[in-house]
Design a protein around this ligand. Structure first.
Ligand code: MG
Length: 159
């Protein structure tokens, strides 16, 4: 079996608002994020991991933030588009492991919903998706809660 791995990373600054999109799930919080799209760091990192695994470049090449088509776009579309590109090349997702780096909002109350949402975008089962969360011990821009970041690792395979 032919297998490849990909990784992704994304950051967004907090800004005006009261909802943060995490893995396609709107999570109420005291701030929103500054972004051209819906600013979903988990799905942006995941999209880059998918594209990276398949050798298809990065999210900026496929969804330029200068393109009005993607203004306010639901990031679910980015992941689904990447999955389609992979499928066209014969790839399927084996598993995805996501890490949210943030002081807030807290992930525990919404973890299961995020995992389900991410799995749905990827067209896989919840057992193939893992979500971890960590703070940075109050250090740096994440520790000062100026924004949030996400990392993603994806394994893909084809016969
Ligand atoms: Mg982003």
């Amino acid at each position: 079996m032919n297998m490849r791995v990909g990784s992704g990373f994304d950051v967004h600054a907090f800004g005006p608002g009261n909802v943060v999109m995490l893995g396609g799930v709107p999570v109420p919080w005291e701030r929103g994020v500054v972004a051209h799209s819906d600013g979903d760091v988990l799905l942006h990192a995941l999209t880059d991991a998918l594209l990276g695994a398949a050798g298809l470049g990065d999210i900026g090449q496929h969804f330029p933030d200068t393109d009005p088509r993607w203004r306010g776009a639901a990031s679910v579309q980015f992941v689904e588009h990447a999955v389609r590109l992979l499928a066209e090349a014969g790839w399927r997702v084996v598993n995805a492991d996501l890490t949210l780096l943030a002081e807030a909002p807290r992930v525990n109350p919404v973890r299961a919903r995020i995992v389900e949402s991410v799995a749905r975008c990827l067209g896989v089962t919840s057992q193939q998706v893992n979500l971890k969360a960590t703070t940075t011990e109050k250090l740096g821009f994440l520790g000062r809660a100026e924004g949030l970041a996400a990392q993603a690792v994806v394994l893909i395979a084809r016969s």
